[in-house]
Design a protein around this ligand. Sequence first.
Ligand SMILES: Nc1ncnc2c1ncn2[C@@H]1O[C@H](COP(=O)(O)OP(=O)(O)OP(=O)(O)O)[C@@H](O)[C@H]1O
Ligand SMILES: Nc1nc2c(ncn2[C@@H]2O[C@H](COP(=O)(O)O)[C@@H](O)[C@H]2O)c(=O)[nH]1
Length: 392
Amino acid sequence: MGEAPAFLLENLQEDDTNVFHLKSEGTQTATVIGSKTYVIGWANDKVATSGVRIFDKCTNEWVIPTVLGTKPKPFRGHLAMLYCEDRILVVKESSTFDECIWFLEQQKNFETQVVAWSRGVIGDAEKPIVISGPSGVGKGTLINKLMDEFPAMFGFSVSHTTRAPRDGERNGVHYNFTERSVMEQDIKDGKFLEFAAVHGNLYGTSIEAVDVVADAGKRCILDIDVQGARSVRDSCLEAIFIFVSPPSFEELEKRLRARGTETEEQIQKRLRNAKNELEKGREPGLFDHMLVNDDFDSCYMSLKKLLGLDGAINETPCSLEMGYLPLVDSASKSDEKILIKCKTGESEKASQKMITLDLSSIKGGAPARTRGLNMYYAEDLTPNGSTDEKLS
Ligand SMILES: Nc1ncnc2c1ncn2[C@@H]1O[C@H](COP(=O)(O)OP(=O)(O)OP(=O)(O)O)[C@@H](O)[C@H]1O
Ligand SMILES: Nc1nc2c(ncn2[C@@H]2O[C@H](COP(=O)(O)O)[C@@H](O)[C@H]2O)c(=O)[nH]1
């Protein structure tokens, strides 16, 4: 908290929607959204280790916000601009393509100031997979088999839960086992993508659980109940939703009992909830795919088929774009396109001086990923120009 530093007062010009320059001192930039100025950067910044602080003109005070999502590693040299009224687009220079585009978004519905980072992903990276269905239907068994067969392709979103660990369950692997009071506080602080009370306990998917998998370049699998699936549907995380049903209610009960992990009372509770879940699973528009887990091998084949893996011989991990954005001179915005002017060396072609960042097809957003970005060399800087050349 305190007064705005001199550089801000000097450099805060009226926002120009088409052209922007580094309004910075050292490696910091200032972007105005309404009455708030978002200062991004780490230079000489002992206070905001997250790299973000906000000056509120109404209160004349500095605020260090709570920062959600995967944060970029501290960087030197970036452009920042307002994009779509409430997102700040940050272009990190001297950086690979998969690391250079970030968005900072204000998170509403919090009593305190909360912002969230979202990494820009070039192209349409594979969507996370949400698998739901009643307890005992075989979700975990299907997921384990998929992860065993394709270990480099899929990663499991490790949920938090307040239930006690079962024999053989490991903290941080099967679940993050936690106290209710701690989890409730984390939910209030906006750390969860979704959460629900299930069979008398609290379960939830933290933003970090999903980010860790994406950071490893893998496709995330979430094993969550129907309430959670609905919350994810309503969130910024674009996913594929799969519902798994049992061949019959009797078979579900048989499997739950045979697993031997619950008391009789807990089994009864899970079976009561199963009726409800089977009903809700049919809700129009919630699930993209329905599977019946009767014969396990057939169900597993159907799962692989809908994920496009039925003909797969070797696993291929999700690819990362390996281009490189050099030092940035300036940038301008035209519709959904950002034209980035780079400082190129003598060895580079003139056409590589201008890079177009196309945001017309972006999906998702903070605190998850912003997918669907496109980057390519702008037109050749010859007198006649030439066609665009894709970067990746
Ligand atoms: N197709 C199948 N036929 C027979 N048994 C099965 C089949 N699929 C899974 N099972 C068995 O059913 C039991 C429950 O499976 P699993 O633990 O995977 O269910 P789940 O849906 O993950 O349950 P929960 O939601 O409680 O975690 C396990 O003992 C598993 O081996
Ligand atoms: N909404 C959420 N539901 C979750 C999450 N993690 C697990 N689950 C669901 O809970 C039940 C019971 O699981 P169990 O391990 O106690 O048998 C099951 O349906 C899971 O799908 C979560 O993060 N969010």
